[in-house]
Design a protein around this ligand. Structure first.
Ligand code: AMP
Length: 220
């Protein structure tokens, strides 16, 4: 059975953290447009050069670019049983393009999981967020610090980074974009939308998501 899942929420709501956990449990790949775009920027590809400034400013990259990236990505074999979308779609146009892509394959979006976190909590989280530039694992300096300071628990990389767009000024821009451009997608997905309280500890959020997408699964 194919399971196409969207993790939906503001920047810093925990979509990436949850996607990494669910990847293991559900055997579905995490498709993060943010991670894919950051990889292009690091590689200094033509696409990376094109999107670098807009990403650093906290604004959204054009629909055409991200739709093309996802269209190519979901053709890969590891998506044959479905995928976990993290950070896509972010506009109604992206949602409609995704629906059309899936319809052409006889598929649909099975679940949208809205991870709810108030803006004030998001601001605090994002400012203290540190990310591994190698495997994209995310840490929080106070609530989810790495075991060894400045080292990634997951891949061992030394040198966690504070993303250019994880600053006080940029987080306001990103939250505003979320409310104006992304939140309206909830209407498009009303029939498959479920929400979880994203202020809980990460394990509790994972359990709440699994209750929706895989009710027979028990976390140990
Ligand atoms: P994220 O890691 O998901 O917070 O994404 C970081 C940045 O990448 C965003 O602030 C945007 O500039 C860009 N980005 C990622 N995904 C999308 C998307 N679906 N649509 C437009 N821009 C995106």
């Amino acid at each position: 059975m194919v399971q196409n899942i969207i993790l939906f929420g503001a920047p810093g709501a925990g979509k990436g953290t949850q996607a990494k956990r669910l990847e293991q449990v559900l055997g579905l790949p995490q498709l993060s447009t943010g991670d894919m775009l950051r990889a292009e920027v690091r590689e200094k590809s033509a696409l990376g050069m094109q999107v670098e400034a807009i990403m650093a400013s906290g604004l959204l990259v054009s629909d055409d670019i991200v739709v093309r990236i996802i269209e190519e990505r979901i053709k890969r074999n590891d998506c044959s049983k479905g995928f976990l979308l993290d950070g896509f779609p972010r506009t109604i146009a992206q949602g409609e393009a995704l629906n059309a892509m899936l319809k052409a394959k006889g598929q649909t979006i099975n679940f949208v999981i809205g991870i709810l976190v108030p803006d004030e909590v998001i601001r605090q989280r994002v400012i203290h967020r540190r990310s591994c530039p190698s495997c994209n694992t995310v840490f929080h300096l106070t609530s989810m610090p790495p075991e060894i300071a400045d080292h990634c628990d997951h891949c061992g990389h030394k040198g966690l980074v504070h993303r250019d767009d994880d600053t006080q000024a940029k987080v306001d821009t990103r939250l505003q974009k979320f409310h104006t451009e992304t939140a309206p997608l909830q209407k498009l997905y009303a029939s498959v939308m479920h929400t979880v309280d994203g202020t809980q500890a990460p394990d509790a959020v994972t359990a709440a998501i699994l209750e929706v997408v895989s009710p027979n699964y028990t976390l140990n």
